[in-house]
Design a protein around this ligand. Sequence first.
Ligand code: SAH
Length: 555
Amino acid sequence: MAGKLLIIGFGPGSFEQITKRAREAIEESEIIIGYNTYVDLIAGLLSDQQIVRTGMTEEVSRAQEAVRQAKQGKKVAVISSGDAGVYGMAGLVYEVLMEQGWTREKGVEVEVIPGVSAVHSAGSLLGAPIMHDSCTISLSDHLTPWELIAKRVEAAGMADFVIALYNPRSGRRTRQIVETQRILLKYRSPDTPVGIVKSAYRDRQHVVVSTLEDMLNHDIGMLTTIIIGNSATKIYDGLMITPRGYQRKYTLGAETQPLKPHQRLKAEAEPWALDQVSEESDWEDFRDDEFEEEATPILKTSPEPAALSSLQLATEALRLVSQGNEKASLDEGFSAITATQSIFEFAVSPGIANKKMTAAQLCALGEIVGERGDIEYSPHHQLIVRVQTDSPNQITEELSALGLLLSPIGDVAQIKACDFCDLEKGESIPYAEAIHNRIGNLEVPKELKIGFNGCGMACYGAVSQDIGIVYRKEKFDLFLGGKTVGRNAHAAQPVAEGIAPEELVDLVGRIVERYQKEGHPNERFHKFFKRVKEIEGYRHQEMVGFVIENAACGD
Ligand code: SAH
């Protein structure tokens, strides 16, 4: 009778997680060879098989014994936890066979039966941390030089892989995990989510979500797998979730997607792709960090597991704030925020045209922000306020009562008007306000700044905004598609002069509403204009100028 080697991964430990083929393979074997604990874990599946139990460090003799028995015509199961091909017995059995000159044609039959590896069982308990490119690194330096392990940790950290650490610590090997944390902190934020899973799908299962900075304050042992998130991994309701990048193309909160299925794979919808990057100099518009910073406006929850998601609340608040043309009041929008130890984040300014704050307004702001909140001076005529609060409504009421203008921050339309020469040249202010009332705070694919200057001097730089409006001789000039950031920033194109005041507000409204409807997620207005070629009859013209590569952040 021909012998056979069945190399079986039985998964993390519970019966439910063993594959059907693994069960059958155990049942059809005559001899089971495994480490004591593993034999105990599958005891329920055993009938009259002969059991060869060995200690943990006796893998080589286990593999040799298995090969010997199979050669004698026995069906031999070699069992590993998880997957037998991941730091398990599969490779070792093949190495013993190779030593003996085994071939597939002439030697004993070998079947490797896949199992659920610790990275996947731990990942499933943590949420969805492995969604993006990942690697496993075993911190055991019993068989691998530490220098090589450290190099791999370094490389994985640098390349922003999600990292699953196997064999992170044992009674004697305690420094490796400390060293690993030190290396990773060179490349990742101390707040990077880290999942620590002990005994996944076994009796003493224990799951902790921590951070790179804090991870060593938890119990880590021989039966622990640690998963370190990449730079985009989030903690959500106690779970670890790594975004795949859908946000770049899809509007996750919307029922109808701005990109139709046939558009999604078109080159212009993927400016970050290899074929595009060399031609497109401003691909960094789509960087993850920019998305992260800006796509979750208004409310951010602390890194502690929070009961409600910031994205969910912020999306709801924005939806209410800018419901089509019938905008709900800002207060209604903010009242959608059911606070749970949340950071309330909003922009505040003295008005559309007014640039001066009163002492009373500043005092009130200072009191609201207190010791723990902060106020940031932004480049957009607004102060960004962050404050931890349970009652955002009270804050908005108090500040609005003092005449301050409150706005959500993030990917919304904002009017950036001049001060109309200290309000002295103020004839066009009502139009700036009317535009604000029509499309201010409207949720758009990417932040949209509409510059509005009250005379031909345009000293507040309206023409360098996404959309520029300049009042001159009782009429308006319109500029479209400024590139506001990057080394290759450029002014907007003059598309019309002498627009009648009664036409302006509707015209700008229609332009912004078209961008809102047809812009790709994260597509800046100038790129949108270039792509659609024509808006309201105004044709896009290629800008001739310096050819200069845009720089990635930090370059
Ligand atoms: N072949 C196994 C890995 C064996 S190396 C697999 O594919 O999963 C042993 C390491 O695996 C342990 O130190 C631990 O890091 C991880 N591990 C195995 N089973 C686990 C479990 N049930 N829960 C958490 N980690 C586990």
